[in-house]
Design a protein around this ligand. Structure first.
Ligand code: TYM
Length: 337
């Protein structure tokens, strides 16, 4: 059976960028395919250590993010596996082995590393190396489909390169994930998803941006979220068109509307073609987003700790079994066993 896999760092409450770019697509794929695919939605808690954790309480954030997975509608059947990365020690060992396959040149080219280290006097090695850990997260489970936002595409390509290089050097051990072009097709979207910062739409929406109004968090009240949308930066061109280059603010609103309402982007764009009033578009998006948040928040209240622990127990047993078997193949291939 093939595997679909993704993870979201639990450093803080998720933004709607995390939700629309990764969690919702993953849940949709799980609903569609969990009859005949394994679906692994895990908490990359070792990845959390590369940056600050909101409130300093990683355990609380981990619990909360699994409740978010459930509230997002993840089907909880036997092919769906939820686990914490640090409870599966094979991830760390494979990371080391892959470190010895990755090159400094390719790691230095990682855009996320450049962005996260920009302007900082001192940067931890984890920020440099986490794409290798991420490759291990994927390759241990022979995952072919990895629904992620566009900012992680370069890391998927790295995982493909490391798998191919390892296989060439040591024999066919890893399944190579499909290309990002194929990933996008599988996710059923036209392009990689990149939700923009509401105030500064040239940039992606990020939980680490300080300005409150730049991002919508999944625990924002619907009213607060609506206000943030109403104050989003647009432009002075006076036409509602999808053009990320010249009209990133307006295009971002159209993108959010499409993903929240589940209507193809092209259809949303044609509905608004010829319209000129940005206020009307904002009102529509504000109403869609606040509607989505109120439903989501009701479901969050319903998910319990017992439910989370039950899922983790089952998921971590499965994950260790699959990951240890793959790690043993790797250890044998490189001569450690
Ligand atoms: P992280 O935790 O930064 O983000 C989680 C997911 O949310 C997506 N995302 C966005 N998508 C669209 N628009 C945005 N503004 C936006 N912001 C975030 C990210 O692309 C991601 O899919 N290294 C990963 C976590 C990870 C992982 C893995 C993912 C660790 N191991 C294995 C897949 C497979 C990360 O830091 O994502």
């Amino acid at each position: 059976m093939k595997t679909i896999l993704t993870g979201l760092r639990a450093n803080s409450v998720f933004t709607i960028g995390n939700y629309l770019g990764a969690l919702l697509p993953m849940v949709r794929l799980a609903k569609e395919h969990s009859g005949d695919y394994h679906v692994n939605l895990f908490v990359p808690d070792l990845h959390s250590l590369i940056s600050e954790v909101d409130g300093g309480d990683l355990q609380a954030n981990i619990m909360q993010s699994i409740k978010f997975y459930i509230a997002a509608g993840l089907p909880l059947n036997d092919n769906v596996h939820v686990y914490r990365q640090s409870r599966v020690p094979a991830h760390s060992e494979l990371c080391w082995i892959l470190n010895c396959v990755a090159t400094m040149g390719e790691m230095n080219r990682m855009t996320q590393y450049k962005e996260k280290s920009e302007g900082k006097a001192s940067v931890n090695v984890g920020i440099f190396d986490y794409p290798v850990l991420m490759a291990g997260d994927i390759l241990l489970y022979s995952a072919e489909y990895i629904p992620v936002g566009e900012d992680q595409f370069q890391h998927i390509e790295l995982a493909r390169n490391l798998a191919t290089r390892f296989n060439n050097r040591y024999g066919e051990v890893f399944t190579v994930p499909v290309s990002t072009a194929e990933q996008v097709k599988f996710m059923g979207v036209a392009d990689g998803i990149r939700i923009r910062d509401l105030l500064n739409p040239e940039k992606k929406m990020s939980k680490s941006t300080k300005a409150e109004n730049s991002k919508i968090m999944l625990d924002d009240t619907p009213e607060k979220a609506a206000k943030k949308i109403m104050s989003a930066t647009t432009d002075s061109l006076g036409k509602i068109k999808f053009d990320m280059f010249n009209q990133p603010g307006v295009s971002n609103l159209l993108q959010i509307e499409a993903l929240v309402s589940g209507v193809p982007l092209q259809d949303v764009v044609s509905t608004w073609a010829g319209e000129t009033k940005y206020g009307d578009l904002k009102k529509k998006v504000a109403s869609s987003v606040s509607g989505m948040l109120s439903e989501f928040q009701v479901r969050i209240e319903k998910s319990t700790e017992e439910q989370v622990y039950e899922l983790l127990e089952k998921g971590e047993e499965y994950a260790n079994r699959v990951a240890n078997a793959k790690l043993l193949e790797v250890q044998k291939a490189v001569g450690l066993r």
